[in-house]
Design a protein around this ligand. Sequence first.
Ligand code: CP3
Length: 352
Amino acid sequence: MSKYNNTRLLQALKRQTIDVPPVWLMRQAGRYLPEYRALRTKAGDFMTLCQTPQLATEVTLQPLRRFDLDAAILFSDILTIPHAMGLGLSFTEGEGPQFAKRIETLRDVKALPTLEVEEDLSYVLEAVRMIQEELHGSVPLIGFAGSPWTVACYMIEGSGHKNFINARKMAYQAPEVLTALLEKLTIATTAYLKGQISAGVNVVMLFDTWGGLLTPAYYQSFSLATMQKIVANLKADPHTAHTPIILFSKGAAVNLEAMADSGADALGIDWTTDLSMARKRVGTKVCLQGNLDPALLFSTPEKIQAAVKTLLNEWGQHPGLIVNLGHGIEQHTPIENVQALIAAVHGASYSS
Ligand code: CP3
């Protein structure tokens, strides 16, 4: 028996039959919650929230106090790795992430230090331990990292500019620089996820938010190949082999079959792809997670209920479904609509 009271997520990841599918939401902790905004104001900025384990713990737990969620997700960011490598990350209100330094040349890549997770990211590991103490087995905790490609996009661009043209240009103009950077990030990300798992996370997720910016061939060589290496490394180590891995490449559904062969246990699907169509394409190789449109949460509880019903009916009785949005909750999302979504998933019965 598992030590968890709520095992829906872990059961879904094993493709076991359960009462109702698990539901959690990307960015379930964040600015749509007044208690998050209050804590961030008190802390001063976003990075202080991430770097202070007590505050990261509190923020992680905030949505669980309000909603009947089936998982907690570590409160942190995918850009903690480049920050730890000395690029100098800051977040300015309304402007997104900014790095003091960016990566342009092979010399820049070579100058990046090797990540020492236990030292450089000890605040994340400490947060994981504190969160697990507070959760006390109520729900599983999801850890995460960005995919090497997605993190490289920010390191090359220096910020979150649209389309990441400098990173994409590098794939053509200086592929050896991009490859060297991705190799460093693959090693760092593997070590980071291993650290999170030994600190206590129960599931890990790779966020490849910008995988969909690449051609299918470049997606394979610059994004999927690095994620495959990370998955293989985790699956080869007895300490991490049994921790389920969710892989989410946004806007990259053209590559679904290749993703399903990556060795990951589950794939995140965004709202531009039909979930049951995705299941037909990948068969029973992986679980699927998704895929409601975050904009749906700006409608009404009735429309949300109807959308959840449609999703569950179209999915049918198959195991291996994790209900989520197709991307993070938007900033001004009404809280009562989040409540309506979760209630609809848990209360819904399948009409056949
Ligand atoms: O999902 C969760 O609740 C866990 C926390 C989490 C955050 N970021 C907190 C956050 C997770 C899993 C992430 C991942 C992340 N970070 C991704 C991949 C997923 C995605 O959304 O595509 C990316 C691309 C980042 C990088 C990042 N962090 C950006 C581009 C921004 C600014 C955009 C924005 O929404 O303002 C952030 C900041 C950030 N990370 C916030 C939160 C709650 C907002 C910060 C704030 O103003 O308080």
